[in-house]
Design a protein around this ligand. Structure first.
Ligand code: C5P
Ligand code: MG
Length: 166
């Protein structure tokens, strides 16, 4: 069966609080003054990416597979979550190739551009694609939303998933 191209989109946000680690794209942001309040590790970028992957194949969202009330979700690392999403999709889609990924993270502090290469490298490793196919952009909220971190992700993926003509 021939692969089809599918676009996916995902979004996530978490409140920020002191004495919490901040994880973004599977990378710990060591100089962050605050981190995400969450049952999992609160990696908004990975959560948005996971939802983008699921949406591409009409497979709902991460809450449907990992309810926040589930103890198994507690402290779940973003990288581990993404691996499990890939396991969930594999039986219905087959091998998935990521054509490219475009992410935007909105956060006022700290500046994230020093972490761009680390995040890009980590995401490219997790998705087994070249770093040149991964772009991570950063925006401040201009002080309008200083107490949260938000991520939005678009992916273009190829696979022989549901909806394949013929
Ligand atoms: O939000 P704003 O347009 O003012 O951001 C200017 C630039 O600052 C962005 O293009 C981005 O490269 C960088 N930035 C950053 N870390 C953030 C927010 C923005 O490095 N947390
Ligand atoms: Mg989240």
């Amino acid at each position: 069966m021939e692969d089809v191209l599918r676009v996916g989109f995902g979004e996530d946000a978490h409140r920020l609080a002191a004495e919490r680690p901040l994880w973004l794209g599977g990378v710990a942001i060591a100089d962050a003054p605050r981190g995400a309040v969450a049952h999992s590790d609160g990696d908004a970028l990975i959560h948005a990416l996971a939802d983008a992957m699921l949406s591409a194949w009409g497979a709902g969202d991460i809450g449907g597979y990992f309810p926040p009330s589930d103890p198994a979700y507690r402290g779940l690392a973003g990288a581990e979550l993404l691996g499990r999403i890939q396991e969930i999709l594999h039986p219905r889609v087959g091998p998935i190739h990521t054509v490219n990924l475009a992410a935007v993270v909105t956060l006022d502090h700290p500046r994230l551009h020093p972490h761009r290469d680390a995040i890009r490298t980590r995401l490219s490793g997790l998705l087994a694609v070249a770093p040149t196919r991964v772009n991570v952009a950063f925006k401040t909220s201009e002080g309008l939303a200083p107490d949260h971190v938000q991520a939005r992700v678009t992916v273009l993926v190829a696979g022989a998933g549901p909806g394949t003509p013929g």
